[in-house]
Design a protein around this ligand. Sequence first.
Ligand code: HEM
Ligand code: SF4
Ligand code: SF4
Length: 429
Amino acid sequence: MTPTRETFGNISTTSQVAFYFVATASVAVFVYGVWRRARLWQYGQPIHFRQLFTGRLSQIFANIAPGLRRLFVDGLGQQRVRGRGLPSWAHAGLFAGFMMLLLGTTLLEVNHLAEMVSKNLSFHHGIYYVIYEFTLDLFGILFLLGTVLFAGRRLWKPPSVGHRPSDWLVLALFLAIGLTGYAVEALRMVWQQPVGIGARCSPVGYWLASMMSHWTESQARAAHLGVWWLHSLLVFGFIAAIPFTRLFHFIAGPMNLFLSKPVLGQLKPVTLEEAERDGRIGVSDIRHLNTQQLLSLDACMECGRCEDVCPAFATHKPLSPKKVIQDLKSVMERLPDVAVDAPLNPHEVIEAETLWSCTACSACVFVCPVRIDQLSLILDLRRHLTSEGGLSGTAATALRRMQSSANPWGFPQDERANWMQSTSTSQPD
Ligand code: HEM
Ligand code: SF4
Ligand code: SF4
């Protein structure tokens, strides 16, 4: 007997229609959620996205090649998620499992559509079926392992990682989706009674089914239908929840990877023309950030990597790059509630002291898995403070002394020759 299984086996036509109805509803909630976030990004300065795709084909390719590279290496290849021990392994399992299950479900639907056109077009059988079932069973374990490891980390609560109640909801959903997936497979095997390689190619399902071998066919069919519905509703709940939970990082993250261009060690210059055109220097309103910068705030999943490497944070200065991003995000979220011409000043939320604590070392930019440019955001905010004379700390003192005494130490001009001599050996603060 050729190893295979019927798509929607044991599922009545009414249930199938209801399935597609609920699927459409969950996708509609997902699209609405993404649209709500995208609307926030539109408040920013335009980034001329279309220019990337104009001109000759070779020009378009040259424009988008760096972004595509970042998508493949940092997104698919997870290059910047690696190197953090257990959480990195947990994410690798979750990511690989998720991608494979997504691919598997897509192929199943393609096969279903092909079958509707002609039975001859069906490809879900034979050796393809055996490899398909085995691969999905294996990657399902990785998915569950990743979820359990992340749940363990949430219990342990490392201080640099953000914690919200919805994180538990996401992990519980993943766990339930994985477990009900295996249960559906096992119950199907109990009523379908596959034999040989057609059964053994799903090792987890086969093992679970062996524990229910005493069930009658009608019992197995009834349980199969119930668990199939539970599994489907959990998956649809997950799709709808993506834009409203931390999971949104796997939509905004790749988008930011494609669009962002952080260049380490280079300060973006401000030209006189820009200052005259905009009537300002730096950022005094959240709308002064550009669309990509606003989008990048949504890509942050509060992994805490930037905080862990920040020398200012390590030396107990009032600065955490992760918190700066989250504070800016909270200001961005207030945009729909304020009048179009009413200001929305991020400096009301982020203290000048925080901004002046940054050493501009770029360590945070270097480690961010989704290439958020925390330093540019801090410097853009700081430039506004400078243009308003809002300097503080040693930087302010040095500049004031430059103004009054033409040297950063504030020494009297008429004794210049003397102190020039002494500063070559020692420098007062
Ligand atoms: C562009 C691709 C992605 C990148 C760069 C990325 C990056 C990250 C990072 C850095 C973390 C924090 C984990 C840590 O502290 O090491 C995280 C958390 C998480 N990611 Fe992703 N991710 C991506 C795609 C996905 C996908 C496709 C899934 C789907 C399963 C996913 C699910 C999760 C979950 C559930 C968490 C939170 C775990 C927790 O509760 O702590 N990610 N992601
Ligand atoms: S800004 Fe980047 S590194 Fe920092 S917490 Fe957010 S995602 Fe992680
Ligand atoms: S650039 Fe600033 S915020 Fe980023 S790690 Fe260095 S000191 Fe911290």
